[in-house]
Design a protein around this ligand. Sequence first.
Ligand code: SUG
Length: 437
Amino acid sequence: MRELQLDGLVGMTHNYAGLSTGNVASTHHRGAVSHPRAAAIQGIDKMAFVASLGVPQAVMPPHCRPEIDVLRAVGFEGDDAQVLELAHREDPAMLAQASSASAMWTANAATVTPSCDAADGTVHFTPANLVSKFHRAIEPPQTTRLLRAIFPNKSVFTHHDPLPQCEQFADEGAANHTRLSSDLGSVHLYVYGRIARDAKAPAPIHFPARQTREASETIARTHGVRTAMFTQQRPSVIDAGVFHNDVISVGTGSTLLLHEDAFVETPNVLEQLSSILGESFTPLVVTNDMLTVPEAVSTYLFNSQLLETKGGLVLIAPHEAGEHPRARAVLDAWVDGDSPISATHILNLRESMQNGGGPACLRLRVPLSERELNLIAPGVQLDESLADQLRAWVNMWYPEDLHAAELADPALMQSTRDALQTLTDLLKIGPVYPFQM
Ligand code: SUG
């Protein structure tokens, strides 16, 4: 089995609107001028680097923004230009929500179960409903269309609808899910922030817990996951800015990197995993003495991408972690001695990081057999040539910088549509956007 990395291509309207309470970077950069072209190039450079390691890499096209139908649905009327102008004048925050390029963080696009772990032997996808934030709750219909276009074969790929759109089933996708495996078998670890049905259960005080246990359980059940474990994120870490579990732990194969405060019951979780996975299970636990939770949040150390390559496990860490002496010391320790990690690479993803999206947020992991890999839409599979074509496409269409007021410019919206038409021609998929249908 190989793990496909499906990265979200950053959209043309990438901006900093401070939309995600509980996500410290998003709040901190509210109102900053964004650089859509640099953001997209940083993402493509990451994809190209991952592909150069021999890891299968594919591209998930951006969503069409501003989402004009959402603005109409909330009562702005007229032709497209009038709708944008009215929204800008009367509710600029709503315009920012309808314009967010947040679909770039495909770790939140869906939860995936590989065929070898599913009772019916197919690969299962459930697009996340993302109900906790309005700018993200508008993503599922487009995500659903894109996943079905990228994984089209109906006898091999099972596409579920998103969970019911309500807080009981609040679901943020794979950012709260880790699949681990060894010679003894595999286990799916689902991490939730709260139990919706139990008002007395521990929950964070300041910031929202975006994933419910009910959502995770429903996904495991509908996917027919053979071995599932459910565990709660420590509420205090959510209040410290860990809005998704992938900000405090990352794992693949038999290796799990985590902070000691990640879960309510970290020692129990490790014991259970160890009993399922056996001796090869390798938890690398970072203590508060090594790195505090606020440091984990500011450096995004645990949002590194952990990849299985022919030469062993490779870690792709964000620049912010590489620059931070204590995070750097952890990175260095992880590749020392008998650690299963053979190399660390530091990449610059600053534009995404400033909205709280690190290397691991930008990718959805899709473990596939060779046969399944051959059945994905061929045009989205990234090689050097596609990376070059995407860079040229970005340089042609993307603004170098973007100020909030420019989101109301009808020319930007038209150019987004024209650019996406060119992109889907290039990737040979579609029609996938409402304007193409
Ligand atoms: O949902 N940021 C995203 C970041 C998602 C990161 N994903 C993972 N950890 N897997 C979010 O909070 C900020 C948009 C703004 O403020 O303009 C934003 O949506």
